[in-house]
Design a protein around this ligand. Structure first.
Ligand code: FAD
Ligand code: 2HG
Ligand code: ZN
Length: 517
């Protein structure tokens, strides 16, 4: 059966997997085709949202002079054209007006920058690859952008334990390629891998396509170094798997989205790269079939299951029509990508065969195609990984990233579709079904305030009713911070505010983000 399925693949075109980028940062391997996007400037965040600038100082020529004395002049960006990419998010939904971007190379430089900003009460927005999806990575007003783009050194790799220590500006894909040469891999993988930085991943606690297998960064990050608002360094750069000496402070920085400190170094546990990887791309008639197939793949594949993703018909239509990618199978209401990765190809193939025989035999899976060939797997993964990019071609994207019990999972998409009717271009669902994480996306040609209010807070109320999370993996950033109460208790939010006050008394680190107004 695997052979028959593999034959189906010959119909699939070979697309190059394009990594995302704003097109502003030149070190990217691939460039995102932005030709179909609107070229008009994104509306200023401070205009679209009712928000007042905090009581921070404004940057003046003496500050710029100070930064130029500290960094070479090409690491202090003040040119308007160059600033635009750092002021605008990847989704093109929020825009700030920072007049300076700083590019330190070392922790010491970050320390000096933060000491100066603290003394002057200048607000700071830490930025990695600027692929964040909740408006956290760009300034809201005129915050100083501290970019980690040049903090890209790999410091050490212990091949025996698999622990790598690197600076926070290393691009995820670069790290993965480096590890691959040493028989290892990064424990996370996402569509933005060609642009996002490990510091950004840690600061958002990014999930991605293989969280199902390798767990969250709260497990894989063994240690980190961060610079506080005051310029003080917190050295928690342990490379030990086990270390129960006091409070584990690194967890405060994982997922705090640049509000508690600037992450400068990371020690990460890297798994062994599997010797055999096989990907099944399946077509299914109903969402019940998706859930049953998930249950079955856990049972039949066990420890070799490395990813379990789903795509609905509308998401597939988006990626095929907007990006001209081709589905390898006929249209179905749902599709799944199930990846198996192990150390013995024959053993893995046998397991996968059993799983496919069972699910296709019982009618749970209607059609499918399987491949172990790297370029073909990349072609299939592109259909899933490039949906976020494809949606941008519709116009404006209202993006929701929720954790929700599996029994209620797709009902949310159906309810939203019914609620919005034909007032929107698209309402689709896809994502990490194996982790209970739905990506609900709605698009309109342009931003529409009325539609926005029909979606929010309905989507958060709906999620909260079933005890879900209003942000499974993208964080709260600027756009979702005022909805934190739908997923966290008042006491928890209060404690978060106290922690913030203690670690950043002037509130200069990434203001207007994560915590509610
Ligand atoms: P940025 O976008 O630059 O910043 C994100 C946040 O972290 C901001 O609040 C910023 O202030 C802060 N920050 C950045 N660097 C630091 C630092 N060194 N110290 C302190 N704070 C810092 N996310 C997922 O979880 N799973 C996915 O599958 C996934 N897929 C994606 C696919 C695409 C196509 C895109 C565009 C995004 C995707 N994302 C995904 C979202 C995004 O890529 C991740 O959140 C990523 O981890 C952000 O990394 P970054 O370097 O781009 O950070
Ligand atoms: C993904 O899993 C990302 O592809 C983006 O988290 C999700 O576009 C989205 O909603
Ligand atoms: Zn995701």
């Amino acid at each position: 059966m695997l052979k028959q399925m593999a034959q189906l693949l010959s119909r699939a075109p070979r697309n190059r997997l394009i990594a995302v980028t704003n097109g502003f940062q030149s070190q990217r391997k691939f460039q995102l085709d932005t030709s179909a996007w609107h070229h008009a400037k994104v509306e200023l965040t401070s205009k679209r949202y009712p928000i007042r600038r905090g009581d921070f100082s404004q940057i003046n020529p003496r500050d710029i002079e100070y930064f130029r004395g500290l960094l070479d002049s090409h690491r202090v960006i003040t040119e308007e054209n160059e600033l635009e990419g750092y002021n605008t998010d990847w989704l093109r939904t929020v825009r700030g007006v920072s007049s300076v971007v700083l590019k330190p190379r070392t922790t010491e430089e970050v320390v000096t920058i933060m000491k100066h900003c603290s003394e002057r009460k200048l607000a700071v927005c830490p930025q990695g690859g600027n692929t964040g999806l909740v408006g956290g990575s760009v300034p809201v007003f005129d915050e100083v952008v501290v970019s980690t783009a040049l903090m890209n050194k790999i410091e050490s790799l212990d091949e025996l334990s698999g622990v790598m220590v690197c600076q926070s500006g290393c691009v995820l894909e670069t790290l993965d390629n480096y590890l691959s040469e040493n028989g290892l891999m990064m424990p996370l993988d996402l569509g933005a891998k060609g642009s996002c930085h490990i510091g950004g991943n840690v600061s958002t606690n990014a999930g991605g396509l293989r969280l199902l297998r390798y767990g969250s960064l709260h497990g894989s990050v063994l240690g980190l170094e961060a610079v506080l608002a005051s310029g003080e360094v917190v050295d928690c750069l342990s490379s030990l798997k086990k270390d129960n000496t006091g409070y584990d402070l690194k967890h405060l920085f994982i997922g705090s989205e640049g509000t508690l400190g600037i992450v400068t170094k990371v020690a990460i546990q890297c798994p062994t790269k599997p010797r055999s990887v096989t990907l099944a791309f399946l077509g299914l008639e109903s969402f019940d079939d998706v859930l049953n197939t998930f249950k079955e793949c856990k049972a039949k594949l066990g420890e070799i299951l490395s990813s379990c993703e789903f795509i609905d018909a509308s998401s597939m239509e988006c990626v095929t029509q907007n990006l001209n990618l081709k589905s390898p199978i006929e249209p179905y209401p749902f599709y799944m990508l199930i990846e198996a990765a192990g150390s013995n190809g024959d053993h893995d193939e046998e397991k996968l065969n059993n799983f496919l025989e069972e699910t296709m035999g019982s009618g749970m899976v209607s059609d499918g195609t399987v491949s172990s060939e790297p370029s073909r797997m990349m072609t299939l993964w592109a259909l899933r990984e490039r949906i976020a990019e494809a949606l941008l071609h519709d116009g404006y994207t209202y993006k929701y990233d929720i954790s929700i019990p599996l029994l209620d999972f797709y009902k949310v998409v159906e309810d939203m579709r019914e609620r919005l009717g034909d007032s929107v271009v698209r309402c689709c669902g896809y994502g990490h079904v194996g982790d209970g994480n739905l990506h609900l996306n709605i698009t309109t040609r342009e931003y529409d305030q009325e539609i926005f209010h029909r979606i929010e807070p309905f989507v958060y109320e709906r999620t909260s009713q079933v005890k879900g999370s209003i942000s499974a993996e993208h964080g709260l950033g600027f756009k979702k911070r005022n909805y934190i109460g739908y997923s966290k208790s008042d006491n928890a939010v209060h404690l978060m505010k106290q922690l913030k006050k203690m670690m950043d008394p002037q509130g200069i680190l990434n203001p207007y983000k994560v915590l509610p107004e």
